[in-house]
Write a new protein. Structure first.
Lengths: 234, 182, 409
């Protein structure tokens, strides 16, 4: 909300009003997969009422919704479906990663679970918990509303939605503050030496261990052609 | 208890086991009643006839096929490597039975019993998906829980747990690479 | 288009190809992301006008590798994974898995722990049925029903939270007993809340059970005969609605169910309406079971004192060296049940939930297998929907109570 000079006063007030109306009339698309869905239902129903924040009715069409609530574990089989739904939503759109599995894969680190939906789509708010209490859900929703109010596209952020740019900064900042552990230790798996997880001592993440399969046909024809072109180049 | 007790093999057979011993004399490999679960182990070739007998004979009358799965004994270095496990339940008599049959790794195939109970169809598909055990005679042996492009059989012990095979291109996130985690 | 019989071939022998040539058949995807908040299953329905001619269910969208994860954990680390299996009745999964490993150990659970397990298990069963019937009714159109049932579920979840610390993913049972005991004043709170839940049940019963609109929607929809149900491996409320009085609590009584007095509601026809009525009545029976168990609650320990099954008392751990070593070994090497295998079935909210565990004497499980009840029901979806309209998919699927975590593990 930066007024570069006096002439921007009208637009910033207009932006304020538009953002205010956006944040209090969020149409949500609850992409519910797993156990977090139960807490989503609890947050949406009478006891913890999400309707008082304006986010009343779930619109089960991505074309009509603003916020994509990714609730629950996303597996590799489900990932193309999630990407399609995200692509079908119109701008401005926001994404909430609800629960530990959506944020980072949760405590499933195996062959079938996508380790966090931010590997697929940009996320605005992560709500931690397994499952998060409804109060945490409402807190996450309020955080999103705060961002919608305060983060319109600005010139400084290169006309990017600053919440997306800020997301990167915030994550780096968090990681640098809380993960002050020497790199060597993090790479070792001291828990279960007999486990056949690939995070064993000396393991470094590399693309050798991740095999990319051809898409399942959920891309639009234009995207498919783009991908074909890229694959032919490399 | 840290001492490892093996399953006692020399026990008196219970009624069902005795019946099976009588009906199929050379197909029963062994049996046990560990913790009260009546278990018999039969040869691979006889599984369809044994299951049909269990379903139809009025002394057995196992209407419900409860579970069908496999166990991989790779780490215990057992030959044969896999063991199919079938659980049955009878509503008329109330008894339960577990039938096991060993499956070697190089000839990883069992006869399908899908004609006896409808439920078996998907259970065998899932077993093929997870272990790679082929069921001869199954009408539609395709992947059930994993996606078609997946290569390998995840529940085998030599499939590393972390090997992911994404079917859609993922975004690069630098912070994750920095700390060496997927 | 009359209803196909159970095991007959579909009209089209090689479906997708013939569907293209025969232009009267249309393929409609009821896709993986759909509003019925039960989980993610995909149905490819082939319809002639509005009538379903064939249907292919596809599952596996929530396959999270429970069995592979449990092979790479210790025995006790699997208990949180079992919470997430049937996540609307997590305590029943906890109880089932703990019972399976206790069977391997040959451990005995003290009576107070058994009674508290019964109470918590039945509370979980009530929450399961509340969620299932509420969501199914909402999808058919009765939105108020859902809101009232979720309100009732909140009362019960607050109870569960008092005992185990979490509303949903409880991680409460341990091998040989439970992690925590009932707090003071719990049994009075329990009685108050059960009365409130009973009032809500009565109110909602008046709304729907004689409501012509609802009955028209669910009567004679999704009928399955007794023989087909047995062949498909049904159990639980689905089988009881067909007329077969099979309940694991009666046929293979575990815990203290043989000391409690309850009835098994049984339907006649096996359609969606019968399943709804069976579930409503089961909730009342569960309330009565809880009240009986609360009356008969004995005093005593909540954990077995058999060594090597449960961590030693903290006095021992900090007091003498043997306790310290025992605790250390149990944590680092894991619980070590003797070599063998065990299968335990509990009556889950959906049906017979079976845990098959195999141990080789070391601290790592060889195999932990869950037998999912709703696997059979979704397999039978094709049989139950052929001949009905597209709009009937919703009540049929709602009456199945498919839980993604249990179906796909």
């Amino acid at each position: 909300m930066a007024a570069a000079n006096y002439g921007d006063f009208l637009t910033t007030t207009f932006d304020n009003v538009v953002n205010w109306s956006r944040k209090f009339s969020l149409f949500q698309y609850p992409f519910v997969t797993a156990c977090c869905g139960m807490e989503y239902m609890a947050a949406a129903c009478s006891h913890y009422d999400i309707a008082r924040f304006g986010a009343e009715i779930p619109r089960f069409s991505p074309r009509q919704s603003d916020v994509l609530w990714v609730v629950g574990t996303i597996t590799h089989k489900m990932a193309p479906v999630l990407k399609t739904i995200y692509d079908q939503m119109a701008e401005p759109k926001w994404v909430i990663a609800f629960g530990a599995c959506a944020a980072s894969g949760g405590f499933y680190q195996n062959y079938s679970v996508l380790q966090g939906i931010d590997r697929l789509i940009p996320v605005d708010v992560y709500i931690a918990g397994c499952p998060p209490r409804p109060e945490a859900v409402l807190d996450g929703l309020m955080e999103l509303q705060h961002r919608i109010q305060n983060d319109g596209p600005t010139v400084e952020s290169g006309m990017l939605n600053p919440s997306m740019a800020r997301h990167r900064e915030q994550k780096l900042d968090h990681l640098s503050r809380y993960f002050e552990i020497p790199d060597k230790q993090l790479l070792e798996n001291t828990q279960n030496p007999k486990s056949n997880r690939s995070t064993k001592p000396g393991y470094v993440y590399s693309d050798e261990n991740v095999v990319v399969r051809p898409h399942m046909g959920y891309d639009s024809p234009a995207d498919q052609r783009k991908k074909e072109a890229l694959r032919e180049e490399s | 208890m840290t001492e490892t007790t093996t399953v006692p093999e020399s026990e008196t057979p219970r009624a069902l086991t005795a019946l099976l011993q009588q009906q199929f004399p050379d197909t029963l490999i062994d049996f046990h009643n560990h913790r009260g679960d009546e278990t018999v182990r039969v040869k691979r070739e006889a599984i369809v006839s044994v299951c049909q007998f269990l379903r139809d004979d009025p002394r057995c009358k196992f209407e419900l096929m409860i579970d069908l799965t496999a166990v991989d004994y790779f780490e215990q270095h057992r030959e044969p490597r896999f063991e199919m496990v079938y659980h049955f339940k009878s509503l008329t008599h109330g008894h339960r039975l577990r039938v096991k049959t060993p499956v070697p790794e190089d000839d990883c195939r069992v006869d399908s019993i899908h004609e006896l109970w409808e439920a078996v169809n998907w259970y065998e598909r899932e077993c093929w998906d997870m272990f790679g055990i082929e069921f001869t005679g199954h009408p539609n042996l395709t992947r059930l829980l994993m996606y078609e492009q997946f290569e390998g059989h995840p529940l085998r012990k030599d499939y590393p747990m972390d090997r992911q095979q994404p079917i859609i291109e993922l975004r690069e996130i630098d912070e994750r690479n920095q700390y060496g985690r997927a | 288009m009359s209803m196909e019989s159970a095991l007959a071939e579909p009209q089209l022998s090689r479906l997708p190809l013939e569907a293209e040539e025969d232009t009267s058949i249309m393929a409609i995807e009821v896709g993986p992301a759909h509003p019925a908040m039960h989980g993610i299953v995909r149905f490819t329905t082939y319809v002639d006008g509005e009538t379903i001619v064939d249907m292919v269910p596809e599952i596996g969208y929530l396959h999270r590798g429970f069995e592979k994860e449990s092979e790479n954990s210790k025995w006790i680390q699997v208990i949180p994974y079992t919470d997430r299996l049937n996540y609307v009745s997590p305590l029943l999964n906890n109880i089932g898995y703990s019972m399976a490993v206790e069977k391997l150990f040959g451990a005995e659970v003290p009576r107070r722990a058994e009674y508290t397990r019964v109470i918590m298990g039945e509370i979980s069963r009530i929450t399961d049925h509340l969620t299932c019937v509420g969501a199914a009714a909402m999808e058919v159109g009765a939105f108020t029903f859902f809101l009232w049932f979720i309100k009732a579920r909140e009362y019960l979840w607050e109870l569960i939270e008092q005992v185990s610390g979490a509303r949903m993913t409880t991680n409460w049972t341990r091998f040989g007993g439970n992690a925590t005991d009932l707090p003071d004043g719990f049994l009075d709170d329990l009685q108050e809340r059960l009365d409130k839940v009973k009032d809500i049940l009565d109110e909602c019963d008046k709304l729907l059970s004689k409501n012509k609109i609802f009955i028209d929607r669910v009567k004679d929809v999704g009928t399955i005969s007794k023989e087909d149900a047995l062949s498909f491996g049904f159990s639980g409320p689905m089988l009881r609605a067909c007329g077969v009085p099979f309940d694991v609590r009666r046929s293979d009584p575990h815990s203290v169910y043989d000391e409690l007095d309850f009835e098994i509601p049984v339907g006649t026809v096996g359609d969606c309406f019968d399943r709804y009525l069976v579930r409503m009545e089961e909730m009342r029976q569960s309330i009565s079971i809880i009240e009986q168990a609360a009356d008969k609650m004995p005093y005593g320990p909540i954990m077995t004192d058999q060594r090597w099954v449960d961590y030693p008392d903290k006095k021992e751990v900090y007091g003498n060296i043997e306790g310290l070593i025992e605790h250390f070994k149990m944590v680092m090497e894991g619980h070590q049940p003797p070599k063998g295998e065990a299968y335990v079935a509990v009556e889950g909210g959906n049906g017979e939930v079976g845990f098959y565990v195999v141990s080789d004497g070391s601290g790592d499980p060889v195999r932990v297998r869950l037998r999912p009840p709703c696997f059979n029901y979704v397999q039978a979806m094709r049989h139950m929907t052929i001949g009905h309209y597209i709009a009937d998919i919703v009540p049929i699927f709602g009456s199945i109570n498919m839980i993604g975590g249990e179906l796909d593990r």
